[in-house]
Design a protein around this ligand. Structure first.
Ligand SMILES: C[S@@+](CC[C@H](N)C(=O)[O-])C[C@H]1O[C@@H](n2cnc3c(N)ncnc32)[C@H](O)[C@@H]1O
Length: 230
């Protein structure tokens, strides 16, 4: 589906890595703290004995939040600069978080995330809409999870957050996440049915779902989905 190839999107994230890390800091930004984190954390229900995969982790602020609750984390992002910044920022959690440079569109690379034990949970905050192709990701996440394991992801609401007129047809476009970022990034629009069907086709059922808004308004900015491996 992707009109913009993954290397084009990577160029943007390499250019934006330092800006993103500065904006997110240790605690992430207000949007993440108010709109994303509460429901993601409710659905993820982190336990100290969890082993969690953080997909497209950015500067690792949510990995750190997981580690603070005692769980072990493998966190990855395809931007080498972003991962270097994450390792530096989250250095105090180096025994709990393993950071890797992995492209979520590369099946072999994804399967190299297999460790001695399966992941009990996987999470992805505000990145599904940034990933050029998510078909392999959903298949591999299912494979990497333990039976009954969950994949919680938050992504922009495809019905209400877009810069184009198209809804049903998957397509990509350029936009910004944060005012002032050095380079526009590629967004990959997918309809709700495309996202949900990808869950169902890859052995998940959806057993948790929220639509969240920034501030008080009727049209939500974000969907938060819990997919459970069956
Ligand atoms: C909007 S940021 C979110 C980062 C982090 N999850 C957070 O909530 O702060 C999107 C992230 O997706 C990463 N990304 C985009 N496409 C990717 C891909 N194909 N593989 C791995 N990471 C990717 C970007 O480098 C960026 O760090």
């Amino acid at each position: 589906m992707s009109e913009y190839p993954v290397n084009e999107s990577l160029k943007a994230w390499e250019a934006n890595a330092k800006f993103w890390d500065d904006c997110m800091g240790d605690e992430s930004n207000q949007f993440h703290r108010e709109v994303v984190r509460p429901k993601v954390s409710e659905l993820l229900n982190i336990k100290a004995d969890d082993f969690i995969l953080d997909i497209a982790c950015g500067n690792g602020n949510y990995s750190a939040f997981i580690a603070e609750q005692g769980a072990d984390v493998v966190a990855f992002d395809y931007s080498e600069k972003m991962v270097a910044l994450a390792q530096k920022r989250q250095a105090k959690y180096s025994k709990k978080i393993e950071f890797c440079v992995i492209d979520a569109t590369d099946e072999q690379a994804l399967l190299s995330l297999r460790r001695a034990k399966p992941y009990t949970k996987a999470v992805s905050n505000m990145a599904i809409m940034d990933i050029a192709d998510i078909t392999k990701l959903f298949r591999c996440v299912n494979e990497l999870l333990s039976q009954g394991g969950i994949f919680v992801f938050a992504t922009q609401h495809p019905c209400f957050v877009t810069l184009t007129e198209k809804y049903l047809t998957a397509h990509s476009y350029y936009g910004i996440a944060i005012e002032g970022q050095p380079k526009e990034q590629c967004y990959y629009h997918r309809s709700l049915q495309e996202i949900f069907n990808l869950c169902f086709q890859n052995g998940f059922v959806i057993d948790g779902f929220y639509e969240e808004s920034y501030g008080i308004k009727e049209k939500p900015d974000v969907i938060i989905v819990r997919a459970r491996k069956v």
